[in-house]
Design a protein around this ligand. Structure first.
Ligand SMILES: [Zn+2]
Length: 404
């Protein structure tokens, strides 16, 4: 089952009763977290057993399903905490600060035509939340093959989860193989009788990262006497960076997927998990890894939703191997890959061809072959470049909730 969270703004401010429900919900989560820590349990049912009665006595009128859902959220918080402790990351006793509540799909009603949510607060008392519905939202509301999942209510907006069974990926007619770099995806688009280089450029992501990194450093220095302020400012800085990078990554992913869908292509990516984390002398190196991982995550998830096949392959030696004769170069070369056999090509594009060949040898790309003779060395198709950001879609608010 695939789940996609779609964010909606509310047409008016959250009703007072709903606001206090958020507060009660947060209280219930934090109580359950404390109880769970003491009793060393993390499952929703176990939390229900130990924390339900006490909380019920203090809040006799809260809708029972919301309370159960609070235990579910608390369970998630506890599991996260446990994972961090196990990993040796110092983790303080978790405490949810953010006002939020989550309702399972039996615990609210959404009229998909009018965009009005009916949310029970307590027995006999409901509130109406009117959603702001754009064209982007209509796509999800009107698509009856999507069922409704949970509802997350935040002070300014709500997130509705839409669910569907993963569609069966199509049989590809062509392949796009992409080598993932700090500032671009570089690769090849290959059909039965032709091959050409493709590129999706996102130079601004590294620039944003660098700028925010510098700003954080400056903040830390300037506020060295006040650890708390410094920490808060840095967190805010981090959130801002995250949003800006995220927005661009979604745009890049959308462009690649649109190209693939129109040409019925499979997508080949390198498996970044296999990449050893380099011992970083420089923080910059480490910083630049997460956007790439995130980009893959977004591409894979969106592809799954659309039924576009994606294959991940081991990138070992992909930048050192000649795809036509198989020779391996020992030293690192510049931007251009050149082999004694006469083959030469941009190094990144060359790496993507090797990824493609690995995919082919594993039978991932159907009957497709890479034919070096048909490769058009003088053609380059641009899948994405920063100038395209101006023609953005009006959303940018969708997010990945998870796969279950
Ligand atoms: Zn060669």
């Amino acid at each position: 089952m695939l789940v996609k969270g779609v964010a909606f703004y509310l047409a008016s401010e959250l009703p007072f009763e709903a606001k206090s429900l958020l507060e009660d919900f947060r209280l219930a989560v934090n109580n359950a977290v404390r109880a769970g820590l003491q009793a060393r349990v993390t499952s929703r049912n176990a939390l229900c057993r130990i924390a339900y009665k006490d909380f019920r006595e203090q809040h006799p009128r809260m809708y029972a399903q919301h309370l159960v859902s609070a235990f579910e959220v608390a369970g998630g918080v506890l599991k996260n905490h446990r994972r961090r402790v196990r990993k040796g990351v110092t983790s303080r006793i978790p405490f949810v600060k953010r006002l939020m509540m989550k309702a399972e799909n039996q615990a609210f009603k959404l009229d998909r035509k009018t965009g009005i949510i009916d949310l029970p607060i307590r027995a006999g008392y409901h509130v109406e939340l009117r959603l702001v519905v754009s064209q982007y939202h209509r796509k999800y509301l009107d698509d009856m093959s999507l069922s409704l999942g949970s509802l997350t209510v935040l002070p300014g907006r709500v997130i509705v989860a839409f669910r569907k069974d993963a569609p069966k990926p199509y049989t590809p007619d062509s392949v796009i193989s992409l080598d993932t770099n700090e500032r671009s995806l570089d690769g090849v688009f290959v059909t039965d009788d032709a091959g050409m280089a493709v590129k999706a450029e996102f130079p601004d992501i590294a620039t944003i990262q660098q700028r925010h990194h510098d700003r954080r450093k400056r903040l830390q220095k300037k506020k060295a006497h006040d650890r708390r302020t410094s920490k808060n400012l840095c967190r805010r800085e981090g959130l801002r960076e995250h949003r800006r990078v995220d927005y661009r990554l979604h745009q890049v992913a959308n462009s690649v997927l649109k190209f693939a869908e129109e040409r019925k292509s499979a997508i080949v990516l390198e498996d970044l998990k296999g990449m050893r984390r380099k011992r970083s002398k420089e923080l910059n190196r480490r910083l630049s890894m997460w956007p790439r991982r995130k980009l893959h995550q977004i591409i894979e998830y969106k592809a799954q939703w659309k039924g576009i096949p994606v294959f991940k392959v081991d990138p070992r030696n992909s930048s050192r191997t000649c795809p036509t004769c198989g020779r391996m170069q020992h030293s690192r070369m510049g931007t251009e890959f050149a082999c004694e056999c006469g083959w030469h090509l941009d190094g990144h594009v060359n790496a993507s061809i090797n990824l493609l060949q690995t995919a082919i040898s594993k039978g991932m790309a159907g009957g497709l072959r890479f034919n070096p003779g048909a490769f058009q060395h003088d053609v380059m198709m641009i899948l994405y470049e920063p100038a395209m950001a101006a023609r953005s879609e009006p959303n940018g608010t969708s997010s990945i909730v998870g796969v279950s």
